[in-house]
Write a protein that binds this ligand. Sequence first.
Ligand SMILES: *[C@@H]1O[C@H](CO)[C@@H](O)[C@H](O)[C@H]1NC(C)=O
Ligand SMILES: *[C@@H]1O[C@H](CO)[C@@H](O)[C@H](O)[C@H]1NC(C)=O
Ligand SMILES: *[C@@H]1O[C@H](CO)[C@@H](O)[C@H](O)[C@H]1NC(C)=O
Length: 483
Amino acid sequence: MIVIHFFLSILAYSSYAQNLEKFIAAVYEHNVILPEETATPVTKQEALDLMNRNIDILENAIKRAAQKGAHIIVTPEDGIYGWRFTRETINPYLEDIPDPKVNWIPCNDPKRYGINPVQTRLSCLAKQNSIYVVANIGDKKYCNTSEAGCPKDGQYNYNTAVVYDSEGKLIARYHKQHLFLGETQFNAPHEAEIVSFDTPFGRFGIFICFDVLFHDPAVALVVDHNVDTILFPTAWMNVLPHLSAIEFHSAWAMGMGVNFLSSNTHLTTRRMTGSGVFSPENIGPYYYNMDSEDGHLVISELIAHPRNTSTYYGIKWNQYASTIKKFPSGTNVFKGNVFFDEFTFTELKEPQGSYTICQNDLCCHLSYKKARNDAHKIHKNEIYVIGAFDGLHVVEGQYHLQVCTLLKCLSSDLQTCGESVDTASTKFESFSLSGNFSTNFVFPEVLLDKVNLAPNMFKVNTCIMLIICFYEVRLFCSCDCIK
Ligand SMILES: *[C@@H]1O[C@H](CO)[C@@H](O)[C@H](O)[C@H]1NC(C)=O
Ligand SMILES: *[C@@H]1O[C@H](CO)[C@@H](O)[C@H](O)[C@H]1NC(C)=O
Ligand SMILES: *[C@@H]1O[C@H](CO)[C@@H](O)[C@H](O)[C@H]1NC(C)=O
């Protein structure tokens, strides 16, 4: 039943009177109505018509969230105009979005900055439903082509997240820093923008999609700017074993000790699904659905200041692994690829045991016990390995990673270890996995059969053992320090 990963990453480095202790957050996974692929730009009216069709669906979700008492709702990246654009064809979809410092409620004063029907409609949705609305739209800023950095067509186009408060006021604007491959219609700002704002229910920070794999602004918002909750519009294509949306985003919440509101687009043919309201101590609720094309609203109550009570924030992740003696590495150490990274693996040959596997500066230690009923029968063809990777990932973006992982191979052929697998039937009674990582930004992931998360089934304790309980026993495991 278990495909397990312990995913670690060193990221690429290059006031209010009525404070609430809790609040209700919503995220909406949206099946975006896409524009037709075209080489010639559509008219502004055609662009607006398409955006309004998407906003109609988002409006319904915003109303439902507000009726259920949500204080804030996040909608996805590209959730209003989709994708498949060039610099020319994105143009009719863009509006000029002012700096929030101007103190503007578009719903009350729609003409103040020209004609901005999308901003006005979003502001009105927030105001009329008394809810904070987070959306992703395109911003354009004209520049003088004789200035350094100004694009040849004389404008910067930005993939932009906007936030309207419950009175419809624009309170945050964030331009995506780490554009993904193919986002050639957009420009990245010259340096990462750190965007945060305070509410009666905590301090919020915002970034978009691929940004989550880098230090700035993502980690900086938490470490240097003390945000409680991350707002995360995304259009995330799932990549197993380590980078499925719900898997990585819930782990980020846990690893950084913050709430994480992740709103994804929904399109199964692109493996886009997986949204959730994550907090450091609670995985989910979340939505993941490869069987239908439906959008979905996820709502949950959250603690406003999770870092006050988070047991994870400030953990020394490598403490345990740095002090134990190495286990044997097994007789069958080999190399294999996980999403283009060459891992060092060793096969788990016994029903229970302990192994250490190292690569470069990283050593990973595993102790495990398969479930008794299970260990001797069937599933013989299910091969599990422990793997270590310490290096630079270079495909679809560059970032340095350290990963310790326990995973199921696709088939009994060891050459398939590291390929995407989404089902497993072997049961583990328990395991612990640790690594002597050289970073303190560590994201513990556990993914079960059929891409399910494992709420209440594992714990990372202060001694840095990750233990998973055999779920049939329905125990919540907590482990004592093993010294
Ligand atoms: C652009 O910059 C150049 C050089 O500084 C200046 O001569 C020109 O007038 C500027 N153009 C506009 C439209 O501002
Ligand atoms: C929780 O954290 C917030 C902001 O970080 C702080 O203002 C508040 O006093 C803390 N509350 C407690 C009970 O520690
Ligand atoms: C991890 O452990 C290995 C083996 O003891 C050691 O060579 C390596 O330097 C350690 N790495 C860190 C970051 O401490």
